[in-house]
Design a protein around this ligand. Structure first.
Ligand code: SF4
Length: 379
């Protein structure tokens, strides 16, 4: 499997918790889209003859781009790269920035999956974290997407928000599930240093739920999602049968992908496993493409042991774990043989289990994922 990622680093405004590479100033948008189209052409010429099974247009807020510009971007992508028949093609949207015309442009351009950032169904909580929309706008975007014919929709939720109660989180899950999205992502809020929310919490102006309350939300949310028919397939991701996100599964299987756009990352087998990343500074990104050069600022060949650890670290995020046959085919030895002491220690703790097909974390192990991974680093 191979994936393509396109980054659109513009938002209507910055959310209070966000430290992603995205800007509220749309001034360079047109220059950026032209540069991105040039990068698409240059990259396709560098890596011809690869068919891509997934495409993900993320951000930022890709739905900030006009219908006409997004149609142009999708057309450029399809004429430059071979996209496999039946490929999953996702675009991230924020409520309040989607309309029927944009949705038609997505569908015509081959988009077949929408990811809507909601975070909470409580308007007060949305205001507290600086989101641009309220719940009614989300419902409207969702309705428009269904009317347009999109049959695969993800909704992003967050827990551990300022002042959020367990009841509010569970009520959001019930409200969203009643609409019937095929996929729900549920992430805990991470307080990133330097963000406005971080400053407010440090200044004592805002309080976040404590660790126990966050754990309760995670556990109760997970149980409720299961009850409502959403199968957990990764630490924070839930789907109805057949709707797990293939693009993200490729990341967790440590598969190859190309990332295009500002600060985008790529990984690929080129005389060994390599990772590289694009400039994160807009002026440097635009200047490189102005010179007809790829905007790569850093690349590294990943040593074999590090590549093995990456496969374990990423694969254990999924409930099905690390596939033993895929690991053996890639590294020439079984994953349990590669890390005998880590595996033995995790079995003893009840944090991992091995089947003939996979090495995977148990539910207790998934809760302690970071600690579990430390055993593989020591082995
Ligand atoms: S919409 Fe997403 S990328 Fe944009 S500021 Fe909010 S969290 Fe960050």
């Amino acid at each position: 499997m191979a994936g393509l990622y396109l980054h659109i680093p513009f938002c209507v405004q910055k959310c209070a918790y966000c430290d992603f590479v995205s800007f509220a100033d749309p001034e360079p948008l047109q220059a950026y889209l032209s540069a991105l189209i040039k990068e698409i052409g240059l990259t396709a010429r560098r890596f011809p003859a690869v068919a891509y099974d997934t495409v993900f247009i993320g951000g930022g807020t890709p739905s900030i781009v006009s219908a006409q510009d997004m149609a142009g971007l999708l057309a450029a992508l399809r004429s430059a790269f071979a996209i496999a028949p039946g490929a999953e093609c996702t675009i991230e949207c924020n409520p309040g920035t989607v309309d029927a015309q944009k949705l038609q442009a997505y569908l015509k351009g081959g988009v077949n999956r929408l990811s809507l950032g909601l975070q909470s169904a409580e308007d007060g909580l949305l205001r507290a974290i600086g989101r641009i929309h309220d719940f009614a706008q989300f419902e409207e975007s969702y309705r428009l997407a269904r009317e347009a014919g999109l049959q695969n929709i993800n909704v992003d939720l967050m827990y551990g928000l300022p002042g959020q109660s367990l009841g509010q989180y569970l009520s959001t899950i019930r409200t969203v599930a009643a609409l019937g999205p095929e996929h729900i992502s549920a992430y805990s809020l991470i307080l990133e240093e330097g963000t406005p929310l971080y400053m407010r919490v440090k200044a004592g102006e805002t309080t976040l739920p404590d660790e126990d309350e966050v754990c309760d939300m995670q556990d109760a949310g997970r149980a409720l999602l299961a009850e409502l028919g959403y199968e957990r397939y990764e630490i924070s991701n839930y789907a109805k049968p057949g709707f797990a996100c293939r693009h993200n599964i490729n990341y967790w299987q440590n598969g190859p992908y190309l990332g295009l756009g500002l600060a985008a990352h790529s990984a690929k087998e080129i005389d060994g496993w390599r990772r590289w990343s694009n400039h994160a500074e807009m002026s440097a990104y635009l200047a490189a493409l102005e010179r007809d050069e790829l905007p790569i600022c850093e690349q590294r060949r990943i040593p074999h042991t590090e590549e093995m650890f990456e496969c374990v670290m990423l694969g254990l995020r999924m409930l099905k774990g690390v596939e033993r046959s895929a690991f053996s085919a890639r590294f020439g030895l079984d994953v349990c043989t590669a890390y005998p002491e880590a595996v033995e220690a995790l079995f003893a703790l009840g944090w991992a289990e091995a089947t003939p097909d996979a090495l995977r974390l148990t539910e207790a192990g998934l809760d302690m994922e970071n600690s579990a991974l430390l055993y593989f680093l020591k082995d």
